[in-house]
Design a protein around this ligand. Structure first.
Ligand code: PAF
Length: 278
C-alpha cells in the first residue's frame, strides 16, 4: 500500500493505478478505523476497484463544543488496518492542503442537511459536504463508499452528487455491529463499561420499533415506546423518528422506503443508529 501526503504525488499514484485498468474507489474516513471501515474497503474490492482510503480529521464538521481535540488519532494502527484490508493507497492530506489560508468555499446541501443531526449539529453537514467535495476532486474516483450508520450523511452526499452532476457511484454499505448489536463507531471508545452495557438498548429499541411499524402499528405510538425504553435505559434522546429513506422527511408514505433514525446521549457520548423498515 502506498501512503501519500502530497497532492501531486496522489495524482501521479492514481494515474498509475488507472493505467493498470479498473475503477478507482474512494473510502473517506477520519481514521480511528474499525471493522466498519474495513467493510467499506472490502466492498470496494468486491467491486473490482483499486481502493484509495483517505484519513483526515475534518475540523469543519465539528461544532465548537464537540470532540475535535480528543477525537482518537492512531495513524500507525490505521495504516496497518488499511494495508491488511487490501487498500491500495492511503491518502493523508495535510491540513494546509485541505484548508489553505484564505479557504472560503462552503458546500451546503439544503433541506436534507437541516433535519435531525443537522438541526442538533448546525454546520456539520456543510463541513462534511465541503470536505467530501474536495476529496472527490483530489481522487477523482469512479465510486465512493460510505457506511449506512451515518445514514443522513449518506443522504446528503447522494443529494449533492445528483445535484452537481458528479459522475461518481455512491455505495452505501450496511452498518457493522458488535455481537450484541451496538453499531461500530470510532466514538464507542468514549463509553465506560457501564455505559457500554447500557448502550445496547439503542439497537434493541430500533429493532423492536422497526418490526412493530412493519406489522402496521401506529408510528407515533411505536416511536413513543422506543423513546420510553431508551430513556429507561439511561439515554438522553436527541431524536427518534420514522423518516422517508431518501428525503429524510418525517411522516413518510407507507409505500415509500422508510427508516427509523435515532440519536441519543449515553453519559457524555452521543450515539446514532438507524434501521430500515422491511
Ligand atoms: O464519516 C466520516 O468519517 C466523515 O464524516 C467523512 C465522510 C470522512 C468526512 O470527513
Amino acid at each position: 500500500m502506498d501512503t501519500v501526503r502530497d497532492l501531486n504525488a496522489l495524482r501521479e499514484t492514481i494515474a498509475g493505478l488507472r493505467q493498470e485498468g479498473g475503477r478507482i474507489a474512494l473510502v473517506p474516513t477520519m481514521g480511528a478505523l474499525h471493522a466498519g471501515h474495513v467493510a467499506l474497503v472490502e466492498a470496494a474490492r468486491d467491486r473490482g476497484a483499486k481502493v484509495v482510503a483517505s484519513i483526515f480529521v475534518n475540523p469543519k464538521q465539528f461544532g465548537p463544543n464537540e470532540d475535535l481535540a480528543r477525537y482518537p488519532r492512531r495513524e500507525m494502527a490505521d495504516l496497518k488496518m488499511l494495508a491488511d484490508a487490501g487498500c491500495d493507497v492511503a491518502w493523508l492530506p495535510p491540513i494546509e492542503v485541505m484548508y489553505p489560508d484564505g479557504f472560503a468555499t462552503n458546500i451546503a446541501v439544503n433541506g436534507v442537511s437541516d433535519l435531525w443531526d443537522g438541526a442538533a449539529r448546525p454546520g456539520h453537514f456543510d463541513g462534511v459536504a465541503t470536505v467530501v467535495t474536495k476529496l472527490f476532486h483530489q481522487v477523482d474516483p469512479d465510486l465512493a463508499l460510505f457506511g449506512e450508520k451515518d445514514f443522513q450523511q449518506l443522504a446528503v452526499i447522494r443529494r449533492m452528487v445528483a445535484d452537481l452532476d458528479m459522475d461518481i457511484e455512491i455505495v452505501g454499505v450496511p452498518t457493522q455491529r458488535d455481537d450484541d448489536g451496538l453499531a461500530l463507531s470510532s466514538r464507542n471508545i468514549y463509553l465506560d463499561e457501564d455505559e457500554r452495557a447500557k448502550a445496547v438498548a439503542l439497537p434493541r429499541a430500533l429493532g423492536v420499533a422497526a418490526r412493530a411499524i412493519a406489522k402496521g402499528e401506529t408510528a407515533a405510538d411505536v416511536i413513543a415506546d422506543a423513546s420510553a425504553s431508551l430513556t429507561a435505559a439511561g439515554f438522553e434522546i436527541d431524536y427518534v423518528a420514522l423518516v422517508d429513506a431518501e428525503t429524510l422527511t418525517a411522516d413518510p408514505a407507507a409505500d415509500r422506503p422508510r427508516r427509523i433514525l435515532a440519536a441519543a446521549r449515553m453519559g457524555a457520548t452521543r450515539l446514532i443508529d438507524n434501521i430500515a423498515i422491511e
